[in-house]
Design a protein around this ligand. Structure first.
Ligand code: NAG
Ligand code: NAG
Ligand code: NAG
Length: 487
């Protein structure tokens, strides 16, 4: 505290700082624009009712961890800097010394400033006790990626067609919500691609990504070309595609149906997970208690989304369902999968909030192939019940950038024009299972709250390796009751 006041005095005395408003205590912190475990950091300062974006220099994992602690998590997975080209707005400014001296953001100080072209810093958070890395696997993958790059370069010596650029300004504007922020990077990708030789017509490309051909050599070439400017690309290629193994067909017709729906559409609707009425009553009771309590509860977007990370014993029967496990192993192409955890999530219809709920923009989860399983604990109306909307078959795309937030938010017009849209709704006790590599969105309109249980699964090798490589991928998601259960 003494150090703090000395710093404040020093700042007042510094002539260039004189125009800065005085620093005030931060009284509240929230995340907005992503999910309950990620998003842009917003704070309220004393005697000011506005939620303000935050600018801080530096904004590293250490500072991001302060924000994560303030909203109930243990650590930060990634820290993102302010996005550019966003319209002018009031922003809280955190001073370097202050922000690293306090135990969490809510005991820090900030100042309000009008800053052009800044929207503020972002974070992705998680609870302790999730995925640890496996260095052996990582070394193997790096070697494979190096060998692949060599093979591809040799193959290209024999190619002769000059590629046409897939990235035009018009394409960016049509497909991306934050096209302005992508222009520089896309032009760079463009010149990288144009500078190389590529028989492009063999691959199916779109504004959003590339469909890898089934021929292994061509898939390698496509991956190397279209995805090599993406720091995550080698990793996702290795974990989601190259590492696919054949999991034996099981003697369970329903499991095969679910796996096939996932493979062709990226989503499988489940009319019933097999719980009885009284089991469903109990599940609903547990879920409602969880989201109306205060333990391990996070809210985002002005309270519009609430997620409880607490144990819900009544969901166990679904999580132990052998048909579902077999289906997911088939689809994920791995005999070993991990049930990372689950949460109860409520989408609330708030009448006071006019804030955009950014998960209601079309997006993918920027982590490649992974599964989320939704259980409806009450009937979900297709119009008024905030159904999740899913662009069918969009999970087959490898997206150009998974590390860049702006590259994961797509326009409604583009998605409507290019994909069949499924509105995931139905009776209680049912739900849906989907690959979060599909383009999907929440539905902000509707006057009925939606309470669901959401469980998450990955191929067993994926998240430990992502953690060991320090990729900052949300693998697994941070806002869950962690299980880390190998199936
Ligand atoms: C780590 O990865 C290697 C190679 O993929 C595998 O053989 C080993 O079993 C893994 N170790 C653990 C603890 O998962
Ligand atoms: C397992 O899930 C399927 C639907 O995916 C359901 O039809 C079946 O009844 C469930 N089995 C048990 C034992 O709950
Ligand atoms: C809250 O979450 C932690 C892990 O993050 C877990 O160990 C604990 O059991 C949870 N609390 C409840 C009441 O479920």
């Amino acid at each position: 505290m003494l150090l703090l006041s000395v710093l404040s005095v020093a700042r007042v005395l510094s002539s260039e700082e004189c125009l800065r408003p005085a620093t005030k205590a931060i009284v509240a912190v929230q995340l907005t624009g992503c999910n309950t475990d990620c998003g842009m950091v917003q704070v309220k300062l004393a005697n000011d009712d506005r939620w303000l974006g935050v600018v801080a220099t530096p904004w590293t994992l250490r500072q991001a961890a302060l924000a994560c602690k303030s909203v109930g998590f243990d650590e930060a997975v990634s820290a993102s800097s302010p996005r550019r080209n966003v319209k002018k707005r009031a922003t809280a400014v955190l001073e370097e010394a202050v922000s690293s001296d306090c135990g969490d953001l809510a005991s820090c100080y900030g100042a309000v400033d009008e800053i052009d072209s800044q929207q503020g810093v972002g974070v992705s958070c998680r609870s302790a006790g999730q995925a640890v890395g496996n260095a052996t696997a990582v070394v193997e993958w790096k070697e494979r990626a190096r060998a692949r790059a060599t093979r591809v370069n040799q193959a290209l010596l024999h190619a002769s067609t000059i590629p046409k650029s897939p990235f035009t300004n018009q394409m960016l504007n049509e497909a991306y919500v934050f096209a302005d922020e992508l222009r520089d990077e896309w032009h760079l990708m463009d010149s990288t691609l144009s500078a190389r030789l590529l028989v492009r017509d063999q691959y199916s490309t779109s504004a959003l990504g590339v469909i890898l051909p089934s021929n292994e050599t061509e898939a390698e070439i496509a991956a190397e070309f279209y995805l090599s400017s993406n720091p995550h690309a080698h990793f996702l290629y290795e974990t989601d595609y190259a590492a696919w193994q054949n999991v034996p067909i099981v003697d369970d017709i329903r499991a095969e149906e679910i796996a096939e729906a996932l493979a062709s559409d990226g989503v499988a609707m489940i009319s019933s997970y097999g719980l009885s009425d009284s089991q469903l009553d109990e599940l609903e009771r547990q879920a409602r208690t969880a989201v109306s309590g205060s333990k391990n509860l996070s809210t985002a977007s002005n309270g519009r989304v609430a997620t409880a990370r607490v144990e819900l014993p009544a969901v166990e029967q679904i999580l132990r369902n052998a048909t579902i496990s077999s289906a997911l192993k088939r689809f994920l192409g791995s005999p070993h999968i991990v049930l990372d955890g689950y949460k109860a999530t409520e989408l609330r219809t708030t009448t006071t909030s006019t804030d955009a709920y950014i998960a209601s923009l079309w997006h993918h989860d920027r982590v490649g192939r992974r599964i989320k399983l939704f259980v409806y604990v009450h009937d979900v109306d297709c119009d008024a019940g905030h159904p999740t909307q899913i662009a069918k078959a969009s999970h087959k795309l490898f997206y150009y950038r998974t590390d860049h937030f702006a590259a994961t938010r797509f326009t409604d017009a583009y998605v409507q024009a290019n994909f069949d849209i499924l509105r995931a709704c139905g009776s209680r006790g049912g739900g849906f299972i989907f690959d979060t590599n599909t383009v999907h969105k929440g539905t902000p309109e509707g006057d009925r709250d939606r309470l669901t249980i959401i469980a998450e699964y990955h191929a067993a090798h994926k998240c430990p390796a992502a953690a060991a490589l320090n990729l900052g991928l949300p693998c697994p998601s941070g806002d869950q009751f962690p299980l880390n259960r190998r199936l």
